[in-house]
Ligand binder design. Structure first.
Ligand SMILES: Nc1ncnc2c1ncn2[C@@H]1O[C@H](COP(=O)(O)OP(=O)(O)OP(=O)(O)O)[C@@H](O)[C@H]1O
Ligand SMILES: [Mg+2]
Length: 243
């Protein structure tokens, strides 16, 4: 579904992503783990077309080369993401925000906003009229993002630390949404440090210092990550080769 070949990305001559090769199979939940600063969010931004220039290599979506496509063109192909740092939309209510996702939907999975808000663990009576701004808590904002994704009905979605801000006891809510995404036929690239969420993944990759170090089943990748000395280097003081 998503194929990445020799992908490199530099900022001010500093290599952030180095010759990444990755294949995310259709209808898989594919996890990426790695230490802080490894390049996970940057990889998400590059896949979605959110960075300017300095990208080398190829990104294929359903066998189509998408390197030169703008973000909205990638969205029209059915790609979306829930970023690690979600944006505020001043003056837009949750109801209007979900209507927008529905308007541009790729797949018509849901019609009922109340049902979807309940699915993501938000009480519709309390939240439909609330604004998508910083009056929402971090966890509430992440849940709104999940609701928006369910209305958009993507073919492919990147969830970048979607569980951050969502309390430990509610992590099963995220698991439930992952289950729905898979059942509906979506492909998920899930960036997480959470072992519980790794249980939902079919495959995983370890990203260290801008490089894919290992790909395999999520358990073994997690164990490898915990043992792997190279990942313990901080990104900027490591033996990372910038040449
Ligand atoms: N525009 C930029 N200019 C300079 N450095 C950048 C820029 N964007 C990213 N970086 C650096 O690239 C590295 C990777 O950042 P990124 O946010 O992708 O890491 P991450 O793996 O998502 O980390 P975390 O687990 O903390 O979210 C970091 O060292 C970061 O400081
Ligand atoms: Mg990140």
């Amino acid at each position: 579904m998503l194929k990445i070949e020799n992908l490199s990305y530099k900022v001010d001559n500093k290599t952030i992503l180095n010759k990444i090769n990755l294949e995310v199979p259709k209808n898989n939940i594919f996890a990426i783990i790695g230490p802080n600063g490894a390049g996970k969010s940057t990889l998400s931004s590059v896949i979605m077309g959110l960075v300017e220039g300095n990208v080398e290599g190829n990104i294929y979506f359903e066998d189509k080369l998408i390197n030169d496509l703008e973000i909205y063109q990638r969205a029209r192909l059915g790609m979306t993401m829930a970023p690690q740092q979600v944006a505020d939309f001043e003056g837009i209510t949750i109801q209007e925000y979900l209507d927008l996702s529905k308007k541009y939907a790729i797949n018509n999975w849901f019609d009922d906003k109340e049902k979807v808000l309940k699915l993501v663990g938000l009480n519709p009576q309390k939240y439909l009229k609330r604004y998508v701004d910083n009056s929402l808590s971090g966890g509430e904002r992440k849940r709104v993002e999940l609701a928006s994704i369910l209305f958009f009905g993507p073919k492919f979605v990147i969830l970048d630390e979607i569980d951050s801000g969502i309390d430990f006891t509610s992590i099963e809510d995220v698991g439930k949404i992952l289950h729905i995404l898979k059942e509906k036929g979506a492909t998920v690239l899930m960036i997480t440090h959470n072992e519980k969420l790794l249980d939902y993944a079919q495959k995983a990759a370890l990203l260290c210092n801008g490089e894919i170090v290992k790909v395999g089943d999520p358990r073994s990748i997690k164990e490898y990550f915990e043992k792997c000395k190279i990942c313990q280097f901080s990104p900027n003081s490591s033996n990372f080769n910038n040449n």
